[in-house]
Ligand binder design. Structure first.
Ligand code: KG4
Ligand code: ZN
Length: 330
C-alpha cells in the first residue's frame, strides 16, 4: 500500500511516502520566518504551510517517481497542534482524498512521534517506555501495544523544549532555544550554578520546569559575576533539564520493570541528553531516532497512517481539527 503523509501541526511543512511500512521519501521544510519573533507565530505559520504544501507534497512524490495517481491513501495530522496550521494540512489532504477517491485517515501527532521509533528500529518490540520531549509536550508513556498506552507522567507547566526556548530567550541566544543552549553549553561548566530540579524528589513521574525558568530569570537579573561565564549559565541550565528527564525516565524503567525505552520529540536531538541516558541505563535498550525522525516530520504520519489503513480504519471526510487531541490511555 502506498500512503502519502502530511504534517502541519506547528512550523514544519512536511510530506512523506510510505510503502508497506518503508519510508521511501520524507521532505521537511522548517519555517525560518519565526526566528525573529522568538517563537512560532500561528498566523504566519498557517500562511507558510498554505504557500508551501503543494511544493512539498509534489517533491515527496517526485523523489520516488510518483504522481498523485500512484497513492492508495492519505494520512494527515489531526492534532494536537495549532488549529490554523492543522487546518491547512487537513484541507489539502481532504482535497486530495476527494479528488482521487482514495481513503483518508487522521493521525494523532503524539502517537506518530512514538511510532517514529519503529521506523528508526524495525526490531523494536512492545512493551517499551517512551519519553516524549518536544516544544509542547513532556510525557512518559508506557506503550504496551498498538493502541494500548498508559500515561505515566507529564509536565505540570512548561514542556522541556519550552524550557529550552524560554531559557534561550532570557539568555538572548535566539530561537529555537534547544540547539542554541546546547551550542553555548559546550564551552561551559554544568555544575557552575545549582539550578532547581523540579519534582526530582517526588515519587510521581510528573515534571515541572517553570521554577527553573524563573530561577534563571532571577539569576540573570543579578548577573555580574565575572568568574561565571554565559557558557557556564547555559551549561548549568541545560544540566538541570537533562538531570530531571533522565532520572525520571530511569525511575520509570525500574518501577515498571521495562528494558526498552525510546526517546522522541525535538529535545531528543540534544547530544548531552543522549549521552546521559545511555550512561544511566547501560543495561537497557535505548533508542534515539535520527534527528529528522525526532523533530516534526511526515514520515511518522505516513507510517502510522498506513498501519491504520491496513488495519481497516478510515476517517469520514467530515472530520475537523483537534488542537487539544489527547492519546487514549488505559
Ligand atoms: O518535536 P518538535 O520538533 O516540535 C514540537 O514541539 O512538536 O520539538 C521542538 C522543540 C523546541 O522546543 C526546540 O528548542 C527543541 O525541540 N530542540 C532541542 C534541540 N533541538 C530541538 N532541545 C534541546 N536540544 C536540542 N539540540
Ligand atoms: Zn512534534
Amino acid at each position: 500500500m502506498i500512503v502519502l503523509g502530511i504534517e502541519t501541526s506547528c512550523d514544519e511543512t512536511a510530506a512523506s511516502v510510505c510503502i508497506d511500512g518503508k519510508i521511501v521519501s520524507s521532505i521537511i521544510s522548517s519555517q525560518e520566518i519565526h526566528a525573529e519573533f522568538g517563537g512560532v507565530v500561528p498566523e504566519l505559520a498557517s500562511r507558510e504551510h498554505e504557500y508551501l504544501l503543494n511544493t512539498i507534497v509534489n517533491r515527496s512524490l517526485e523523489k520516488v517517481g510518483f504522481n498523485y495517481h500512484n497513492i492508495d491513501g492519505i494520512a494527515v495530522t489531526q492534532g494536537p497542534g495549532l488549529a490554523g496550521t492543522l487546518l491547512t494540512g487537513i484541507c489539502f489532504a481532504k482535497g486530495l482524498s476527494q479528488g482521487l477517491s482514495i481513503p483518508i485517515i487522521t493521525v494523532n501527532h503524539l502517537e506518530a512521534h512514538i511510532f517514529a521509533n519503529f521506523i528508526a528500529d524495525p526490531e523494536l518490540e512492545f512493551p517499551f517506555i517512551s519519553l516524549l520531549v518536544s516544544g509542547g509536550h513532556t510525557q512518559l508513556w508506557l506503550i504496551e501495544n498498538v493502541g494500548k498506552y498508559k500515561l505515566l507522567g507529564e509536565t505540570l507547566d512548561d514542556a522541556a523544549g519550552e524550557a529550552f526556548d524560554k531559557g534561550a530567550r532570557i539568555l538572548k541566544l535566539g530561537y529555537p532555544g534547544g540547539p542554541a543552549i546546547e551550542k553555548s553549553a559546550k564551552g561551559g561548566i554544568p555544575s557552575a550554578i545549582k539550578f532547581p530540579r523540579g519534582l526530582i524528589k517526588s515519587d510521581s513521574f510528573d515534571f515541572s520546569f517553570s521554577g527553573l525558568k524563573t530561577a534563571l530569570l532571577y539569576y540573570m537579573d543579578d548577573y555580574s559575576n565575572n568568574t561565571i561565564t554565559m557558557n557556564d549559565v547555559a551549561a548549568s541550565y541545560q544540566e538541570a533539564i537533562i538531570d530531571v528527564l533522565s532520572i525520571k525516565l530511569s525511575k520509570a524503567m525500574d518501577y515498571y520493570k521495562i528494558t526498552t525505552c525510546v526517546i522522541a520529540g525535538g529535545v531528543a536531538a540534544n547530544k548531552n541528553l543522549r549521552t546521559r541516558i545511555h550512561t544511566l541505563l547501560p543495561e537497557k535498550k535505548v533508542i534515539f531516532p535520527e534527528l529528522d525522525l525526532c523533530t516534526d516530520n511526515a514520515a511518522m504520519v505516513a507510517y502510522l497512517g498506513e498501519l491504520k489503513l491496513k488495519n481497516g480504519e478510515q476517517s469520514k471526510i467530515n472530520f475537523g481539527v483537534k488542537p487539544n487531541l489527547k492519546m487514549i490511555t488505559f
